[in-house]
Ligand binder design. Structure first.
Ligand code: PEP
Ligand code: MN
Length: 361
């Protein structure tokens, strides 16, 4: 893959094979780190991931072993020959990783959302001697919010600091309403897809573990990402997932991981061509927003109903209705909507609104 050559020039993959990065959410102990690393290396994994500093959403969770874990990662490198990547969130983390001689870093979703933090890391890169700056590969996760410009901004800050071995990781976006059976983070494929359209050479990885949040989603989500032309995957793997100190529900055992990867084959879809699936996802998101807005509008209607009742006004006021329809029709025309369509939509909205304003019986 042309894209991946810029990132890891010394890793050779069969043509069109995705590059799979694997390892535990966190390096918890020397034994836990080495046992999963050895299993992965035996199965041909070339790049090992493990978190050392863990950004937890709420206090009290396992915050990583910190610098004490870096010698374990050095040992993984030496014993298995795998490249090693970990997360950095500050300039101090970056310096510690460089001192430990690791190969690559990623910026997490919470860091990517904070331009001050990204700039601090970019400045630390800018102050390195050129060979050091060029040695590390840097992957930037999408920010937690579905904000493509913020993601691009983070990549640009690093590029501006002279980082050239640069890639992006899509790990889904925070959203409010998720219950049992839904993804931990929404994939919103249209966003990484647009990133790919604007920067076709930028290596693009997918993180099915943090997107799905649960083991059963890893295979179908990875399949989808490869169909869309992603260059690689980053997957959480732990020898004893249920006992993991972080993200227990979304880690695979090495065997489960190899079984999943063996079934994945790169898709043939042209990644620069708009796909029906992505466009439909956009329509679904817009419809969800339309419904949410309609719900909010009816809440306001109910409050208006109470005010009218208290002041003895009738529910329907023809002059207000006529003005509303004419103003909405005019605004709709500017947006390319036919007057007849706008009239029909707002007549239906108004009818529903009147129903909400009537006193409850
Ligand atoms: C991780 O990869 O372990 C991690 C914390 O991910 P994210 O920043 O995507 O939440
Ligand atoms: Mn994790």
């Amino acid at each position: 893959m042309k894209n991946l050559e810029s990132l890891f020039p010394d890793i050779f993959l069969p043509a069109d094979a995705p590059l799979v990065i694997a390892g535990p959410c966190s390096a918890e102990s020397r034994e836990q780190t080495l046992s999963v690393a050895e299993a992965l290396a035996r199965g041909g994994v070339k790049i090992f991931r493990a978190g050392v500093w863990k950004p937890r959403t709420r206090p009290g969770g396992f915050e990583g072993a910190g610098e004490a874990a870096l010698p374990w990662l050095q040992e993984v490198r030496e014993r298995t020959g795998m490249r090693v990547i970990t997360e950095v969130a500050t300039a101090d983390h970056l310096h510690a990783v460089l001192d430990a001689g690791l190969d690559a870093v990623w910026l997490g979703a919470r860091t990517a959302a904070n331009p001050f933090a990204v700039q601090e890391i970019a400045d630390a890169f800018a102050s390195l001697p050129e060979d050091e700056r060029k040695r590390l590969a840097v992957l930037v996760k999408n920010p937690v919010s579905p904000d493509l410009e913020l993601w691009i901004g983070a990549l640009q800050r690093l590029y501006g600091a002279g980082v050239r071995r640069l890639g992006a990781i899509h790990r889904g976006f925070s959203y409010y309403s998720h219950g049992p059976g839904s993804y931990r983070n929404a994939p919103y494929w249209a966003i990484p897809f647009e990133l790919r359209r604007r920067f076709p050479e930028l290596p693009l990885f997918f993180d099915p573990s943090h997107t799905g949040g649960s083991r059963e989603f890893i295979a179908p989500l990875s399949r989808e990402a490869l169909d869309l032309g992603f260059d690689g995957l980053i997957v959480e793997v732990h020898c004893n997932p249920d006992e993991a100190l972080s993200d227990a529900s979304q880690q695979l055992t090495p065997d489960e991981f190899f079984e999943t990867v063996a079934k994945l084959r790169r898709g043939v879809e042209d990644p620069t061509k708009e796909s029906l699936r992505i466009l439909r996802e956009e329509i679904d998101l817009l419809d969800a927003r339309l419904l949410e807005l309609l719900g909010q509008r009816m809440d306001v209607s109910r409050r208006i109903g109470k005010v009218k009742q208290a002041s003895g006004l009738s529910v329907v006021q023809p002059s207000r209705y006529a003005r509303l329809i004419s103003e909405r029709t005019g605004a709709g025309t500017v947006l390319g909507l036919s007057p007849e369509f706008v009239r029909r939509v707002f007549a239906a909205v108004h009818e529903e609104s009147v129903r909400h304003q009537l006193p409850e019986r």
